[in-house]
Design a protein around this ligand. Structure first.
Ligand code: 4NP
Length: 164
């Protein structure tokens, strides 16, 4: 496979995208592909720069064996050339990324996480919902969606023409 750099993006970079980064990293490590796949996350907003992920997200991820240690940062112009895939969690993130992208080449790298939802999640969900103002079940849903999508994304990177 060709080496890939993936940036997961949400609004705050304290819930969904650092969780996606942690989930993807754990799958990549299991597959022993750390040298082939580089992973990071960032936010379109700048409310929480420097902070660790939201405590509720960290606890929910920890219960699934995943430690989230990312420190919040905002998306920057260089990201649009540095990363091969820039993965938006929802439509608002997608639109914001398209606005921030400095070039057509950058635009082409922006994709939606829902592209990798499996059949059963796809029936119910068309994006990764923001859990920030939700109860505990919002965080569990985010992790369920991310574990499904990240596994499908990894499968596709390993075997580019495999079925989702
Ligand atoms: P995230 O969730 O985009 O999944 O990190 C949010 C976190 C913080 C805020 C919004 C969404 N906020 O408005 O502070």
């Amino acid at each position: 496979m060709t080496p890939k750099k993936i940036l997961f993006v949400c609004l705050g970079n304290i819930c969904r995208s650092p969780a996606a980064e942690g989930v993807m990293r754990s799958l990549v490590e299991e597959a022993r592909l750390e040298n082939m796949i580089e992973i990071d996350s960032a936010g379109t907003g700048r409310y929480h720069i420097g902070e660790l992920p939201d405590r509720r997200m960290r606890m929910a991820a920890r219960r699934r064996g995943i430690e989230l240690t990312h420190h919040c940062r905002q998306v920057e112009t260089d990201d649009f050339s540095r990363f091969d895939l820039i993965v938006a969690m929802d439509e608002s993130n997608y639109r914001n990324l398209r606005e921030m992208s400095p070039s057509v080449d950058g635009d082409r790298r922006i994709v939606r996480m829902s592209e990798w939802f499996g059949t059963s999640n796809r029936r119910m969900h068309s994006y990764v919902p923001d859990p920030y103002y939700e109860g505990a079940e919002g965080f569990e849903l985010v992790l369920d969606l991310l574990q499904d999508a990240c596994q499908n994304l990894l499968n596709e990177l390993i075997q580019p023409h495999s079925e989702k």
